[in-house]
Ligand binder design. Structure first.
Ligand SMILES: [Zn+2]
Length: 316
């Protein structure tokens, strides 16, 4: 079979091989199981997606890129916790880079929860395209507008000291337009702060993790690809923070690493979607192994869910 060519959405590199083929019906089935909802419409008849690694910039992506629409997020966000609790690590971490009178643009702001981590003297502008998020922000009196950054940036060039993009760049289908517009809004010498799932952490070993698959996550980032992103847009990397394994993810981390160990022992290859009949057996055995592995305290030396990168736009 001839391999297709894939174009990297970050650096434009042409890639000849894929890592894995993912059937869209398998992803739909995971959503059906968890949410009891049908997301088949999102694939527009596409039967398979190909998972590709760009060795030049480090980005991993699904080809073609298919991301969620407002209806899809209504399904996902029925769980209100997603809005209430997401982002605490990046909010806490990022606030120390923000000076008291800085103007802050928060792209993909959700209900605008980051506002509460800033000083009252900060001007805060959130943007979010989810109707549910806008409704919640309005209720709280937080300034969040339903305008795409590509449109917003036209009238707000260099208008902000800090642009934050938390848990967004893994969802984007037109990456270059999105990042270019966001960076246009940063004043000279200002900061771009990005938080995204760390695909160099344990999540890269989790099978059937529908939240790290399209249509929710279409791009998989890590430190290498984030540094490539900074280089592409002529930004200086000021800081990189890889979140440790959080207490809520500790058990999950041990289960995952035990599963990875057993897979290697049994020479079972890792698959993002794993419906093989041995999956349940190995998964069960991994849970038992994890009870003992937990005694090692190994998670303290490992990386958790998110990575945060802080970049500065040049002064001139
Ligand atoms: Zn690339």
């Amino acid at each position: 079979m001839r391999e297709a060519n894939y174009k990297c959405p970050l650096c434009g590199n042409i890639i000849k091989s894929k890592i894995e083929i993912v059937k869209t019906i398998d992803i739909s089935n995971l959503y059906r199981r968890v949410y009891k909802k049908d997301i088949d419409y999102i694939w527009k008849g596409m039967e398979r997606l190909e998972y590709v690694l760009c060795r030049k910039c480090g980005l991993r992506f699904f080809d073609p890129i298919i991301s969620g629409d407002d209806d899809f997020y209504k399904i996902l966000l029925e769980d209100e916790w997603y809005y209430l609790h997401e982002g605490k690590t990046e909010y806490d971490y990022s606030r120390k880079f923000i000076k008291e009178k800085d103007r802050v643009l928060d792209i993909g702001a959700g209900r605008g929860a980051f506002r509460y981590y800033l000083s009252k003297k900060n001007y805060y502008q959130g943007l979010d395209l989810s109707s549910k998020a806008i409704e919640l922000a309005k209720k709280d009196g937080v300034n969040v507008l339903p305008i795409p950054i590509e449109e917003f940036s036209a009238k707000n060039k260099e208008g902000f000291d800090v642009v934050s993009i938390f848990q967004v760049i893994e969802h984007i289908s037109s990456l270059d337009k999105f990042l270019g517009s966001a960076i246009d809004c940063i004043a000279k010498g200002g900061l771009l702060i990005i938080a995204t799932p760390n695909n160099d952490g344990f999540i890269k070993y989790v099978s059937n993790f529908y939240l790290n698959l399209p249509p929710h996550h279409t791009l998989h980032w890590d430190e290498k690809s984030l540094r490539s992103m900074a280089e592409k847009y002529n930004l200086e990397v000021v800081d990189v923070y890889r979140e440790p394994v959080s207490s809520v993810h500790r058990q999950w981390w041990y289960n995952t690493m035990s599963m990875t160990y057993l897979n290697r022992l049994l020479r079972r290859d890792f698959r993002m979607i794993d419906y093989r009949f041995t999956y349940k057996i190995v998964h069960f055995a991994a849970k038992i192994l994890a009870r003992f592995y937990k005694l090692s305290g190994e998670h303290k030396r490992a990386f958790g869910q998110s990575i945060i990168v802080v970049c500065r736009k040049p002064d001139a």
